[in-house]
Ligand binder design. Structure first.
Ligand code: FES
Length: 330
């Protein structure tokens, strides 16, 4: 049975078993979201009237006390009646590209670093998205879904570039590092996420990526430079070993074309790269004041926390810091 979920003056039909977030995004109505797995808490909403089934909402993200107080995770909860929830705060409202299902063909699979692959997908129909967003891929032969950031800009709406890190024993890794073949047809849903390029910003940008956290930063940089080829952009890529470096040639060539771009690799566990040590230390050393900067960070939870601290140490406004944390597969 379908129910109506209302926020402010907007109402959306929510189908049986359909999470509230899914219903809103498919209707093109913005709702803050990041992981779509119940782990980040970004989609937490207050339920004012009606009731919801919290389904797989983890205790660690939404406690029993919070449930009793009327809170829910929109990416997990389904309505059990017509329901009314808090609208997002005005400063959270972002452009929404309606969530849709797509079919794609695997067009290229290439090893680009240790245990890291680039997977290119060609969509049957164009996907409208913002630079930095991600898609959810259904692993063939089951119901497992995995999220991958898009490393290409939205001006390439039918070609999706994914950077995939092998997770030993992971069902998606078994497929993408094993049986996947060019020509395979796969199901995709997207776009998701609020880690997006701020097209209204004009000043310098600093981007810190850990491992395959480089993926959305690549899409953002390509889009930013297409809009303003002179833009001042600092990109720091943090990896553990030299064998983890990838796309260095791509960024060196981009540096040659765009004098405002500076690309720095930071290797933390051995000698090598442009710098030895952590990206956060390199950024703090290189930039005396980041007051005018907009910052983008993507990586593990620890990486993101450290990067936010380094941005704040250099006086970057918290409102100008955008971040995306990798979350463990559900
Ligand atoms: S907990 Fe719902 S989007 Fe992360």
């Amino acid at each position: 049975m379908s129910y109506t979920v209302t926020t402010g003056t907007t109402s959306v039909d929510c189908g049986p078993e359909q999470p509230i977030l899914d219903a809103f995004l498919r209707s093109g109505v913005w709702m803050p979201n990041s992981c779509n797995q119940g782990t980040c808490g970004t989609c937490r909403v207050k339920v004012h009237s009606g009731s919801v089934d919290h389904r797989n909402s983890p205790e660690g993200t939404l406690s029993q006390a919070e449930r009793s107080d009327g809170y829910a995770l929109a990416c997990q909860a389904t309505p059990c009646s017509d329901t009314s929830i808090d609208p997002p705060a005005a400063d959270e409202v972002a452009t929404t590209h309606a969530l849709r299902d797509f079919v794609a063909t695997v067009s290229e699979v290439r090893d680009i670093a240790d245990d890291t692959r680039r997977v290119l997908l060609t969509l049957d129909e164009p996907l409208t998205f913002s630079a930095g967003q991600y898609v959810e891929v259904t692993v063939p032969g089951g119901s497992a879904k995995r999220q991958y950031s898009l490393a290409n800009p939205p001006t390439e709406p039918k070609l999706l570039e994914l950077h995939v890190r092998r997770q030993p024993g992971g069902v998606a890794s078994e497929w993408l590092f094993g049986t996947v073949e060019v020509g395979d047809r796969i199901d995709i849903t997207g776009p998701y996420g609020d880690f997006t390029f701020d097209e209204d910003s004009t000043g310098p940008m600093a981007l810190l990526g850990g491992g395959t956290g480089l993926a959305p930063l690549k899409g953002i940089i390509r889009h930013a430079l297409a809009l303003d080829p002179e833009r001042e952009i600092l990109l720091y890529h943090g990896i553990r070993t030299c064998a983890d470096v990838y796309d260095a040639d791509f960024f060196r060539e981009l540096e040659d074309k765009h004098p405002g771009l500076r690309y720095v690799t930071c290797v933390s566990r051995e000698n090598g790269g442009d710098r030895e040590g952590y990206v956060t230390d390199a950024f703090v050393k290189d930039v005396s004041s980041a007051k005018e900067f907009t910052g983008y960070i993507c990586g593990s939870e620890k990486f993101v926390e450290a990067a936010v601290k380094s941005f704040k140490r250099r006086r970057m406004s918290p409102r100008r810091i955008r971040r995306e944390k990798f979350t463990a597969a559900g």
